[in-house]
Design a protein around this ligand. Structure first.
Ligand SMILES: C[S@@+](CC[C@H](N)C(=O)[O-])C[C@H]1O[C@@H](n2cnc3c(N)ncnc32)[C@H](O)[C@@H]1O
Length: 245
């Protein structure tokens, strides 16, 4: 029988605004949140940004106006804190431009930041008068700093991770897809098999895909229909290739 968390089935993804859906997720029901929230910059996911023939970049990526970003961030982080189990933890990705709002939101919600990780990736863009941005921030925060999952896989688990962005294989592209390898690293450190992993801003579904691959359960929300359909497609193909649990 399908397990439910309030109105949501475990191992499913839902269309809608995370701020509206998260209040329906029961308190203390999520083991780990891994998410890359929308940006507060003028990010345009247009086909024209990707100058490769025959490609179809999904449009309609939903971003937040920078003047609303702090209130948006504190709202979803408050909900994130509530829905995590007592030993739950959260990884939130951020570019540097909206990092301050994420840091404020984490403190305001009651989280304890355990680590500030840097994800270093390759980015071959030409700049004239500034450095090329080739890193991302990942804040690792716990609900209770005395009790959270941390599987020490490496002897020296360093806080700078160099992982390349993935090359796109399919015909349809999404502009902000995280590497599966990166999400899997987080899952291995901060969750165990059977844990429930949640991403309120699912995008192309990487967190759900990586969770399935590592025998974790997932739940995800996404506001753009096309993205959700893309995530579902990825999940459907994964389910064909792994044994049933
Ligand atoms: C940075 S992307 C996530 C990318 C994802 N980690 C991946 O690997 O594809 C953020 C996603 O949040 C979605 N989004 C923006 N506002 C939202 C909201 N209020 N509720 C749910 N999803 C939202 C955007 O449409 C976008 O797909």
């Amino acid at each position: 029988m399908t397990e439910r968390k309030g109105p949501f089935s475990v191992d499913d993804v839902y269309l809608g605004d995370a701020l509206e859906l998260m209040p329906a997720v029961p308190s203390g029901s999520i083991d780990l949140i891994v998410t890359d929230p929308p940006f507060a910059i003028d990010f345009k996911a247009r086909r024209g940004n990707y100058n490769r023939a025959g490609e179809r970049v999904l449009e309609g990526y939903r971003e937040i106006d920078s003047s609303d970003y702090l209130s948006f961030t504190t709202q979803w982080l408050d909900e994130a804190f509530r829905i995590l189990t007592a030993s739950g933890s959260l990884y939130v990705f951020s570019g540097w431009s909206n990092l301050k709002d994420i840091l404020i939101g984490l403190d305001a919600a009651g989280f304890t930041t355990i680590n500030h990780l840097i994800w270093k990736y390759q980015f071959g863009v030409f700049t004239k008068k500034k450095y090329v941005t080739s890193h991302y921030h990942i804040l690792f925060a716990a609900k209770n700093p005395k009790h959270y999952t941390f599987n020490k896989i490496d002897h020296y688990p360093e806080d700078v991770w160099e992982i390349n962005r993935e090359y796109w294989k399919g015909r349809v592209k999404t502009p902000t897809k995280l590497p599966v390898k990166l999400v899997q690293k987080i899952l291995r450190y901060s969750s165990n098999e059977g844990d429930l992993v949640f991403d309120p801003f699912l995008g192309s579904g990487t967190v759900a895909v990586a969770s399935t691959m590592l025998n974790r359960r997932y739940l995800g929300f996404e506001i753009v229909e096309e993205y959700l359909a893309f995530a579902r497609e990825r999940l459907a193909h994964i389910n064909d290739t792994i044994p049933a649990r």
